[in-house]
Design a protein around this ligand. Structure first.
Ligand SMILES: Nc1ncnc2c1ncn2[C@@H]1O[C@H](COP(=O)(O)OP(=O)(O)O)[C@@H](O)[C@H]1O
Ligand SMILES: [Mg+2]
Length: 251
């Protein structure tokens, strides 16, 4: 579904993404992990058309989309969420979601109705829908970010740290929501630091370090990879991840 080949992105003198190749097959949940500053968000921005790239190629559903505009890529069915959420603060939660729904539903009433069903999918309660988005908690904002992306009815969803700042209970809930989104037929590529979530959700993991993909493989291969443990995980984290992956039916 997604094929990224030798993608390079240079900021000034910095190779933020360096010859990175990533593939995501239809129906999968694939994770992209790596230390802060590794280039993960930049890679997402390049894939989804937010940043021009210096080298490489991006194919989506067999089509070369390198250099295409964000809106055209979204129309083909690929959307990303933002690590730093930016809802329209003065619009209500429902109206924010309906911005995404408008792409498919031209009439305002239809877009709002569609937005309600999407809100349900991500566990946004009825009582939150009429609140200004600015009043949401961190967990509420993360759900809204997910809902805004889902409202465009994507085929491929790029999730950038949707669990950051959430408590364990909220993380468990988001994991369930992501599973359901995949079961509804959406392919997912996710950036995440919450390792037990990565291990329990994903079937394949890419590891980025200093802009380069230094490893890829099944979750258990990754936790047992010496380079990955040294570059990112540390031994304690690797042991926790191995335990979490034992609970993943797809790993
Ligand atoms: N717009 C930008 N201009 C210049 N440097 C940037 C820009 N965006 C990110 N960077 C730099 O690129 C590197 C990768 O950042 P980022 O992709 O945000 O990493 P990650 O998401 O893995 O934490 C960092 O060194 C960051 O400071
Ligand atoms: Mg990032």
């Amino acid at each position: 579904m997604l094929k990224v080949t030798n993608l390079t992105k240079i900021f000034g003198g910095l190779r933020a993404v360096d010859q990175a190749s990533v593939e995501v097959a239809q129906g999968r949940i694939v994770a992209l992990i790596g230390p802060n500053g590794a280039g993960k968000t930049t890679l997402f921005a390049c894939i989804a058309g937010f940043l021009p790239i210096n080298q490489g190629r991006v194919e989506f559903m067999g089509q070369d989309i390198t250099g295409m505009k964000v809106h055209d890529i979204a129309r083909l069915g690929m959307v990303r969420t933002f690590q730093i959420t930016q809802p329209f603060a003065k619009l209500t939660v429902l109206e924010n979601i309906a911005v995404g729904s408008h792409q498919l539903h031209a009439r305002r009433a239809d877009a709002l109705a569609h937005a309600r069903t999407v809100a349900q999918q991500v566990g946004i309660s009825e009582s939150m829908l009429e609140q200004p988005a600015a009043e949401l908690t961190v967990a509420g904002r993360k759900r809204l970010e997910l809902a805004r992306a889902l409202a465009t009815e994507p085929k491929l969803l790029l999730l950038d740290e949707v669990m950051a700042g959430l408590n364990p209970q909220e993380i468990t809930e988001i994991i369930g929501i992501i599973r359901k989104i995949r079961e509804a037929g959406v392919t997912i590529l996710l950036i995440e630091h919450v390792m037990h979530a990565v291990m329990s959700l994903s079937e394949h993991i890419y590891v980025l370090s200093y802009g380069k993909i230094i490893a890829q493989g099944a979750p258990l291969e990754i936790v047992n990879n010496r380079d990955v443990v040294e570059a990112y995980l540390g031994r304690g984290a690797a042991e926790q991840m191995a335990m979490a992956s034992a609970e993943n039916p797809h790993a």
